[in-house]
Design a protein around this ligand. Structure first.
Ligand code: NCD
Ligand code: ZN
Length: 346
């Protein structure tokens, strides 16, 4: 058996699903991403959401202004799709460098109340996106109260994804942060214009993590962690070498005071050790050789963007993630706070 590597060099990766927030929170979290990733798809679920090309341009400027001197990073901007997003806005978006629109079913997750109530209302806008070559990024969960929260992704495939794919076969669609066997199988069979992002936490944890020794708010995200059999299917997809599965952290920072109260916001803050967490998941699957394609090649290829020129190096080295990090006037706990990781980004 070949010895396990102690150093891994990768083409510099990109994060194809990231929440950067705004203001002091943005300034607090941006360096953690920029030190690893060359580019990131920046989610538009601010308050108020980023719904116009002009708002996306202004948000991009705030991100670049918050970047510490000497750091290079390219934010890839998205718009928040609503029932009323005008088709004409798609041309302005394309011209402004926006790359995608995000579909949040109304009420599905953090800051999604302005989301889409019925995808049929977006028909003309989806047509315009397809024409302009803008991607559709999907939070794939139905929101009906009668559907069990653990089944919402699987039901979304039947009710929304399949009809959408039939109606807009040329639209590039990314099924974001998939969490189930059903979604992995759907994407594997869906043809060249459908891809999926996978988070590190859904590769590493099953839903037991939410309840180990008590309720664990820092493991609560949406879509919620699922059973072990689903986690295994996700690991299989991520390490399969299929180029339509790629890295998207869904790092979603919330201040500790927001996470640790009677109603806890959804989101895991994984940016500080994102690549290390993915390396751990790939190593556990005996698939470290598949990490580079997943982290650094496939996303860029799917988006039609050049792969990055630089490299990053991970070294086998035990280190401990800080218990808390500054977050504007507050503090934030990264996933794995105070715990030891075995890989370290150099
Ligand atoms: C995200 C957030 O906090 O903005 N939360 C999460 O649990 N992933 C929203 C989202 O992507 O669903
Ligand atoms: Zn997200």
């Amino acid at each position: 058996m070949p010895a396990l590597p102690d150093v891994i060099q990768l083409t510099q990766p990109d994060d194809w699903h990231l929440h950067l927030r705004d203001g002091a929170a943005l300034a607090a979290v941006l360096p953690a991403t920029a030190r690893q990733f060359a580019r990131a798809i920046v989610m538009p679920n601010l308050r108020p959401p980023v719904t116009t090309a002009a708002a996306a341009v202004a948000y991009r400027q705030r991100i670049l202004a918050a970047l510490p001197a000497g750091m290079a990073f390219t934010p890839l901007m998205t718009l928040y799709l609503t029932d009323n997003t005008p088709p004409e806005e798609m041309r302005r978006a394309k011209e402004a460098g926006v790359v995608a629109l995000k579909l949040y079913p109304a009420g599905a997750t953090t800051n999604s109340d302005a989301g889409v109530t019925d995808i049929r209302k977006c028909h003309a806008t989806l047509e315009a996106m397809q024409r302009q070559g803008l991607l559709l990024l999907v939070h794939g969960e139905v929101t009906d109260a009668e559907i069990d929260i653990f089944d919402r992704e699987a039901v979304f495939i039947d009710r929304v994804m399949q009809p959408l794919r039939r109606q807009f076969p040329e639209l590039k669609v990314v099924f974001e942060h998939i969490t189930t066997t059903e979604a992995a199988q759907y994407v594997a069979e869906a043809g060249p214009h459908t891809a999926a992002t996978l988070t590190a936490h859904h590769l590493l944890y099953n839903r037991n993590a939410l309840f180990t020794g008590g309720l664990r708010p820092h493991y609560y995200c949406l879509p919620v962690l699922k059973k072990e059999k689903h986690r295994q299917a996700l690991v299989q997809a991520a390490t399969s070498g299929n180029p339509r599965f790629f890295l998207g952290t869904d790092s979603a920072p919330h201040a500790s005071v927001m996470k640790e109260q009677s109603v806890c916001g959804a989101g895991c803050y994984t940016a500080p050790a994102a690549l290390e967490l993915y390396a751990e998941a790939f190593e556990a699957a005996g698939a470290l050789d598949k990490l580079e394609g997943f982290a650094s090649h496939f996303g860029a290829d799917f988006y039609g963007l050049p792969r990055n020129a630089g490299t990053v190096t991970l070294r086998r080295e035990a280190w401990t993630l800080p218990e808390v990090l500054p977050f504007g006037d507050a503090t934030i706990k990264p996933l794995r706070a105070g715990e030891t990781l075995n890989w370290k980004l150099q």
